[in-house]
Structure formats: structure tokens, C-alpha cells
Design a protein around this ligand. Sequence first.
Ligand SMILES: [Zn+2]
Length: 343
Amino acid sequence: MDRRVLIALTAVVFIAMIAYGAVGMRGWNGGLSVAARIDPGVKDPPAPAIIVRDLDVGQGDATYIHNGNSRVLIDGGPNPRRMGFLLDSLRLNDTTIDVVILTHQHLDHYAGLLPLFDSRRHIRIRYFFEDKDPAAAKTLARLRDSILARVQRDSLDYRSTDDPCGDGKAMCSITLNGGAIMHILRPLPAPAKPNNRSVAVKLVGADSASFTMWLAGDAEQAAIAHFVSEGYPSNPGMRVDVLKADHHGSCNGVTPEYLALTRPAWVVASVGAINDYGHMHDQAKAEYRAAEISWYRTDQNGTVTIRSSGVLGSGYTIEPSRPGKDLNGPSDRHASARGCADD
Ligand SMILES: [Zn+2]
């Protein structure tokens, strides 16, 4: 082969290797192709900075993560109009959301995902994860129709949380563009109640010493026991800086063992000021307090934003949009639900 051709070919391969990987999946064998894309009008945080926003969506969950050029949305809250407003204010129209995760099939987590598929918003989604369990709910059927239409038309990759990387392994690790890693962890197998089918996600900042977070939807105690029996305390490890309160601060979403394993400095509870469930439950708050963990809550503090520069030793900041630290909300009550410690 001509030497100049060889040099040119080597250069092309080298450039292709650099270009590969705005998002990379370990265990993924489908030849993920990606070009780093900078959307006009959106100011991306400098890699490796990470921003996590626990969005104020009322009684429900929605968490938006931004690292480098990568965007991730975990759940969408209960209200399409509210999430539509947030998509506008976060300037997510005309962008790519790399990963969307529906933790489990309850309305307060998926209804707000509908506007992502509104064609007028021009939002591209690359991966959508959910448990794919059969369900009768009409709104969920609508969401799934929208997902399947994108699979046909726009190469959306629709994945099951039971086999998140499609390789039979419990853990699928996704590297975001800014170097943060997101571990998606297989939930308690079906059949189980929807809450206990919640997928757990561990977010690790570009420098793991700077910031880590654990989010597990509405996982209750049976699901938490499953996380332990699956070995998640040792791989990927459950110790984190911030824990999103499971199940909106319900007493069945926490155990002393869970807090001993995660050992967060902060808990963030996503909860509506007026809710019929008594969230946050007094027993859950008592457990957080006993473990000397502070918390913010979206009903009192609004959207809670966590920022980390991702540089070794830089740590993170956690900032409520409404200052003040009212630890109690108007719907909080002592729960008598089964599975909660009776104090
Ligand atoms: Zn919920």
C-alpha cells in the first residue's frame, strides 16, 4: 500500500476514535454511534461539571441531569403541562435527550413524559428505559405508542430495565459526555407491585470523589432488600453523597439498613404540598433524623439543584430554589401502613 494512503487511513481511524462516544455503554454491543452535538441556544455545563435538578413537579418525581453535552431525564412527574413548562424553561426543545428512564409504571412518574414526544418540540430521544410490564392504563399505552413510533421512525433504542444493556447482566453502565457514569440497576423481578419494580440508578460524577447520588423511584422495602441481595452494596457500591428519598418520603421507602448502606449527607424528597398519602411520613423523617441526614423537599423548597465541577476535591453544592429549611410539609402525617416502623 502506498505510504501516503496508509498515513491518511491511520489519521481517519484516529479521528473516528476520538469522535466516538458522547455517550458510551459498557456491555453494549450494538455499535453505538455518536457525535458530540452542541445545540444552539443551550449553554452546556463545561465537562466534567454535572448539574442534577430534582424538579418541582408536585406529587411525583422528575430528575434532570446534565453532564457535558449529555442530558438525562429520570421520570417526568404527574402533569404534562407542568413538564411542558419545565421543558421550555430548561430550554430542552430542539435538543437531544440521550437517556430517558421511567423508574416504574405509575402516573406520577410517567404522565409528564408525554410532552417529550410532542413533535412541535423537536426533542430527540436516544434511549428509553422502562420495565415494559403489561399495563392497562390508557395514558401509559399512549406513551408506549409514542415510544414505538420513534423506534420505527427515529432509531430510538427502547430498552427493558430487566436487561438494561441487552447482555443479560444486572448492571448497565453509561458514560456521559462529561465523564460522569450512570449505573442502571436491574429491579426486583416481576411479578411484584409496580413500586417494587422501580429501577435503581447510581450517578457517579466525573471524579467519583466529587459527587455521587442514588435514585430508586418508589422502591419500597422489598425492593431495597433486593438491591442488597443482588450485591449492589459492593458493585457498584451504594454509598453516596445524596439520596433521592424513595417513594416521596414514605415510611415504606426507607430502612435503617438502607441509610447505613447509602450514608448520604443529604436526602431530597420529591413531594406535593397537598397529597393524600401523608408524604413525607413522620416515621421516614424520624429515620433520616436518627441517621443525622438533612433533607430538602420540593413542596417547601421548590426545585433542588445539585452542582459539582467534577474536579477532584471540589465536592458539590446543593441549593433549593426557595430558601429556608422547613423540614415539614402540610400533608405530613404518621403512617400506619404495613411495613413501616411503628414508633
Ligand atoms: Zn410515585
